[in-house]
Write a protein that binds this ligand. Structure first.
Ligand code: ZN
Length: 235
């Protein structure tokens, strides 16, 4: 804290600093004096210089107006785009050459809820079911990472350490390039989308809209006609 206050003080231009030091009220001398042997500290959120009157040695202090501990407006951080490959397998063996892929770009500041919406849109699905993001589905109770809409809507989550999807940002859920999660959409039909963070890129423009960058392969129908019905019609 002392260091930070000192830094704020030292960041002021030298002529301003010397002007301030030469213009400190001394209660003993009853006039403005020069302060010496001072230090800078935060006091009630502002930087205060405390030292001694160079004339009489009495304690003096000076508040630095406008030098707050926290700048009122946090500096706008550079916007980062998270580029994902999201895919479904079109065969049971899950072979890589039979992936149906959508490449999606989304700002890291967007929520997982927004991410889920663009994924379903990219595959032509309705955004009409509950969903979650999981690091694994093999042992759902022991997921290291799990985010479910259930948490946001006040329903019982399926695992222990489950977080919601509306407040968690993409950049929080995906920390490293190459990180994979499974996006489970519709707990009834159980669509499993594989989601992999491919790249983090600085945005050139301040464009917050998620974008589908690439479509590879034809997406399956979310609601294909029922097989039984087809068979019955054929016989
Ligand atoms: Zn004095």
């Amino acid at each position: 804290m002392v260091k930070e206050a000192l830094k704020i003080w030292m960041d002021l231009p030298a002529d301003i600093r010397s002007k301030i030091l030469r213009n400190v009220w001394c209660g003993q001398c009853m006039t403005a004096v020069t302060m010496c042997d001072y230090n800078a500290k935060f006091d009630g959120g502002v930087v205060v210089l405390r030292g001694f009157c160079s004339v009489c040695g009495h304690k003096v202090a000076r508040v630095l107006e406008g030098c707050n501990e926290k700048p009122k407006k946090a500096r706008k951080r550079a916007l980062e785009y998270y580029i994902f490959n999201v895919w479904l397998y079109s065969d049971r063996d899950c072979s890589d050459d039979k992936r149906i892929i959508r490449k999606i770009r989304i700002p890291g500041t967007k929520s997982l809820y927004n991410f889920a919406r663009i994924i379903t849109k990219a595959f032509g699905f309705y955004f009409d079911h509950c969903f979650g993001f999981y690091d694994t589905l093999k042992d759902r109770k022991n997921c290291k990472k799990a985010y479910e809409l259930f948490v946001d809507i006040g329903e019982e989550p399926t695992g222990g350490a489950t977080k919601g999807v509306k407040k968690v940002k993409v950049s929080r859920a995906f920390e490293n390039i190459g990180e994979k999660m499974i996006f489970l959409f519709d707990y009834g039909d159980g669509w499993q989308f594989n989601v992999k963070l491919e790249e983090i890129r600085n945005a050139e423009n301040w464009d917050l809209k998620p974008v589908i960058l690439k479509n590879i392969g034809e997406a399956p129908l979310q609601y294909p006609p029922c097989e039984d019905e087809i068979e019955e019609n054929e016989t």
